[in-house]
Design a binder for this molecule. Sequence first.
Ligand code: SIN
Length: 495
Amino acid sequence: MEKYSINEPEALTSSVQNSLLKTKAFVNGQWINAASSKTFDVTNPATGELIASIPDMNREDVSEAVDAAYAAWPSFRDLTAGERASLLKKWYALILEHKQELATLMTMECGKVLQESLGEVDYGASFVEWFAEEAKRTYGDVIPSHAKDKRIVVIKQSIGVVAALTPWNFPLAMITRKVGPALAAGSPVVVKPPSETPLTGLALAYLAEKAGFPPGVYNTVTTKDSSEVGKELCENKKVRKLSFTGSTSVGKILMRQSASTLKKLSLELGGNAPFIVFDDADIDAAVKGAMVSKFRNNGQTCVCVNRLFVQDKVYDEFVEKFSRAVAELKVGNGLDKDVQVGPLINQKGLDKVQQHIDDAVAKGACIVQGGKPLEGLYYTPTVLSNATSDMIIAQDEVFGPVAPVFRFKTEEEVIQMANDTDYGLASYFYSRDIARCWRVAEALEAGMVGINEGLISTTVAPFGGVKESGMGREGSKYGMDYFMEIKYLCFGGIS
Ligand code: SIN
């Protein structure tokens, strides 16, 4: 019981006086209310307490933000790459300068433990730094001509206004991963953070204002009505690119809505990550990898392990060691020292966890560890053995602290099991056989593969998925391309 005690968060009210707590939206360089003056509440999932009430904007409000971004586009894209890079570097420095306040705000609105929020500030800031550097390297090409009197040149140009629709599970890093390359490319942005965690997004807007981005270049709109506002951003012709991180079902709606304007899309959607442990693996390393991959942000990331596959010979050993490690996790308010697992984001998230567990148990799974709700939005980290492919959890992302362990016999069988899903975002496996490492890495249908590694997210590598996990890549040297258009120039009459 002691491990799961939920302590009173210290100095909660003083953290609300965080200088980065902004309660208005940011459009065209102004802090504004919704035209209707409507607001909605943002609450702390750890305690249920109200943190702030902020503007509940509608389609018309958002259309005005798009107009402001569109008006700011010509002069912003005409800045030199170096000038845009230095604005980004100022923003980067300000984000790091306010690391503690940003992390506190993030933990308060999304429940993530403070240590992880601090890590997310570094992770998020690193995209700003990376794309400040990439801004100066958006090279084109000179192509050897097909005709003596012609010369062929390729240039890359800003795509135009970018809408960034971001999720609650990474309130900071998913904004900077989209906005960093957009701004570096000379594209103004309209950011719509989720209604659960808009405050970190507003704090980022405030720091962007302080960094000196011209009015209209960086806008943040807030709303409770994500579907209407999302529709406006899809259907508005002045928005040339929409980048979304969230569920596959919402991604499909956005794609349908974007058809009328043939908007360019980047979609980072759901996952159903397999984590395979072969019998030649270092089991202790695999347990460590599974812990970090499964329980990062309380299982609420799209690259979290959803299905653990363990080979027959090492199944019992793995389940025993893994369950012991899971039993040690301390659950509580993310602001409390030593807490490793916070609350679920909301009741819907908690209910889903319980439904997946109930379904699995009804179909023959055994609860080896956890399996109980706690007070509020907390759930005991759970390990299920004897998982089978007919269980809901085999196909549906649980997005919570539940680890089902499946048994397999051969490499062929587990590759088939791992790929038996509509998703293809992250995947992981542990083996010490180098030939098998190549074979399995190539056979897994996923955009990212961790080989003897459970934590794969980094600025320098391309993040994204295949199949119904989406399209496009974020971060890395590839990330800029999704915010630029390629133009080919043909110079004729050269004699
Ligand atoms: C996500 O879950 O949406 C992103 C996770 C990451 O960047 O590691």
